[in-house]
Design a protein around this ligand. Sequence first.
Ligand code: SAM
Length: 394
Amino acid sequence: MHNAEYILIKTHAGLEEVLENELAEWQIPVNEKGLRCVFIPYQKEYVYRCNMFLRTALRVLVPVHDFTAEDTDEIYVQALRIKWEEYFPVTQTFAIDFSGMSDTFTHLKFASLRLKDAICDRFRNKLGSRPDIDREYPDVLINLHVNGNKISLSIDTSGESLHIRNSRRVQNVAPLNEVLAAGLIRLTGWDKQSEFVDGMCGSGTFTMEALGIASHSAPCLFRSHYGFKNLPDFDKTLYENLMTEAEEKVTEIDFILRANDIFPPAVSKARRNIQALPQGDKVKFTTSDFTAMRPQTESGVILLNPPYGERIQTADIEGLYAQIGSTLKHNWPGFKCGLISSDIQALHAVGLRQKINRTVFNGALECKFRVYDLYAGSKRTPQDNENPQSSSTN
Ligand SMILES: C[S@@+](CC[C@H](N)C(=O)[O-])C[C@H]1O[C@@H](n2cnc3c(N)ncnc32)[C@H](O)[C@@H]1O
């Protein structure tokens, strides 16, 4: 695309390194890691591949112009100089997505309106007519990012967030974002072939991602909309070749995946979501208290996204977390457990020594993602509710 030198891939806070590792698996070099993003060199194939294959990317942006501005008039003047007519035809619709933080630009919406005016005026000056705006389904999505007085304008080649893997999925209360779920699974170091347990599955996000990861089913197999498909330089052959590659990469899984929840309607939703996926029949569903579950093999990984007491109220949150800790210690030696929660107090009640403790965000909620290595006699911390003395003896 038009003299682009690099690509910016957005992800969730705390997953930058995970995204870097995922890029390395595709032999895509990384220029630099930023906050909630990773920069890679520009290649059209990378734009398509990152959109179609990565599970920990939220958006793939191709920069148009970076500059500094002190007020919205300066944004207008700078944006008016950009040859927008070379980026997309006047017959296409566009919209502007904006993000960032700035003391200079306290009303980003207003800044985005000035950018829209500049783009329309540029077209009108050059071609005598202007493109229409379509806020819901634009052909071209332009990203305005503001950091202090630094302005970055890019083309959003994803068109909509890549966490949308499949628009038909049904949700239960407080579902996880798919990109976050995929990143957390990767953080556990799961080997993609041992038993996988989603112990409090809700609508099944962890299980859906695990199924995709283990069967090498790229997200593009389920999603057809990408912003890059509407750009004038769309390379249909490249896209189709990558689709063929995605189809050929799919492998059969032959290990156990389990999705469990205590709440029957949640299990129904997870079942509906998962059985609509290829190899969804490989997942076993149960409706029970997680503490009643037992491993079916000697090693594997358990992912837990318990209630935090924020969106789902639970009478005794600390009691629940203490029970989780006790169950993990006694029943799951040989497994790893990854647990995400915003409730630090409750997390203390788990009482197991964590191998990883990472700050991540579930929507606006700041959370900790902890990974515990479980082995016979797992070390317990002094907060162990069940047996406060055990930390010194294990
Ligand atoms: C935050 S939601 C999980 C959301 C899920 N990760 C998703 O993406 O849809 C927490 C889930 O834990 C379940 N739950 C709460 N206590 C449980 C227990 N003791 N055993 C099993 N599931 C439990 C709730 O029914 C709820 O579905």
